[in-house]
Structures are given as structure tokens and as C-alpha cells.
Design a binder for this molecule. Sequence first.
Ligand code: ZN
Length: 263
Amino acid sequence: MDMYCIMNDIREPDADTALLHVYGDLNDFLPADRRETWFMRACKGHETIKNVVEACGVPHPEIAELRVNGQPVGFDYLVRPGDRIEVLPAPLVATATLALRPPLAERRFVLDTHLGRLAAYLRMLGYDSLYRNDAEDAALARLAGDEQRILLTRDMGLLKRSAVIYGSFVREVIPSHQIVEVARRYNLSPAPTAFQRCMRCNGLTAPVDKAAIEHLLEPKTRLYFDSFRRCTTCGKIYWQGSHYARMLALLARVIQHIQGATI
Ligand SMILES: [Zn+2]
């Protein structure tokens, strides 16, 4: 931890500037010449640290701790000329000395319109994950805030909306890599409801007698399978066919990657 607090490369701020240093993967949001170094930003006064840091590119939900001149501060701290601001992500903060947001009671998600496949994978793991391919940004942000859900997005503007409390920018592009990234970030392992949540609508599934749904099945499914579950919300029927085997293989890869291998 201490290695991230060394200030030997620090410059003296001018009278009307503040100095910033961004750590860890929050550097993903900065231009190359501002990464892993101190940089100056004009300080007009009466501007919250949340605004100052977001104006530099870092969305507030990604930040785990803010320090000014070595002391932890909240999002509403008003930046003063000469301040030295440090911006830290969760992996570098074992226990934040000043919490920027209340602890999450439950890991539930809401995903933007780019992340449909990731939503399906999270549901497969058993996590309550809302997704609609026609959702509006304002509605997603409001939902994330109102229901205390973690917003997963590829849209920086959406992540910076003030209604959002918990969330992160999904760095990976390929869905099977995205699920590993998110599982690592939020310490996810298969929930008790793994394979019991509808991948299409997020509803919970329940066992159903074959006799009750036989008329809805394709002939080969009716012939080869006897155990079925049905979504209690949308009615979609699940059985342990080839799709299930592919999902099991994906799940095994996710668990393997969470345990330390690279993507
Ligand atoms: Zn469903």
C-alpha cells in the first residue's frame, strides 16, 4: 500500500492549481501523459472533488478512496488551490478510512444496452441482473441508484451520472472475458441460484413436471430428457441439453480464471 503513497515525483502546485495522482486501473481513464504521475489542474474554487476528478476522466463509482494532502475526504470536499489529490481504486484500498458510499447489502446488477450477453452470463451464475436492449440512460441510472444495484456499462457518460452509486466501466469487449473481469472485480462465485435464473428475463425458474409441458417440446427433447425447469416469469423452459453443457464449460472457465489464471 505504501508504495502508492510515495510523493517523491511531486511538483509544487501553482497558486491557482491543484495536483492530482490517479492510481491502479483508474489510469485506464486518463490520457497516457497523466498516468502514474502527478499532474496539475486549474482550480477555480467552489468545485467539489467529485467534479474535479470526473472532469479529468475518472467516473466516481470506480473510486474507492479520495485523499487530499494525505487525509481521506468525501465526494463533496471543495478543492482548494495547492491541494494534492490522490484517487484510489478498490483493489488498492484494503479498508477505506472514509467510506465514499454505504457498503453494498447485496450484489445485484443493472447492465447497459451493450452488455446483453454479459447479463445472461451473470444470470447463469445466479445473480439478479437487469437488462433491456431498449433501456434509456436516465432510466438505467435511476434504477441503479433507487435499487442500489451495481451499474455495469461501456458508456462513460452513463457511469458519471450522479444517480449512480455503485458501478464500473467494463474494460473487456468479448463477453466471455467480461464475465471473468466482473467476477474478479466483485468477487463473484456461482450463487445458490446458479442455473436457476432465466437467462432471457432474469426471473427464477422452478422444476416443472414433464407431463405439464410435453406438448411444448420438440420431439427429440421429449424423447431424450425427463427433467425440466420453467421460468416463473416468462415461461421459458430449460433442460440439461447441449446449451446447458456449453454453459457448464463456460462456468468452469470462469471459475478457473477467477482463481488466478489470466484471461
Ligand atoms: Zn424468463
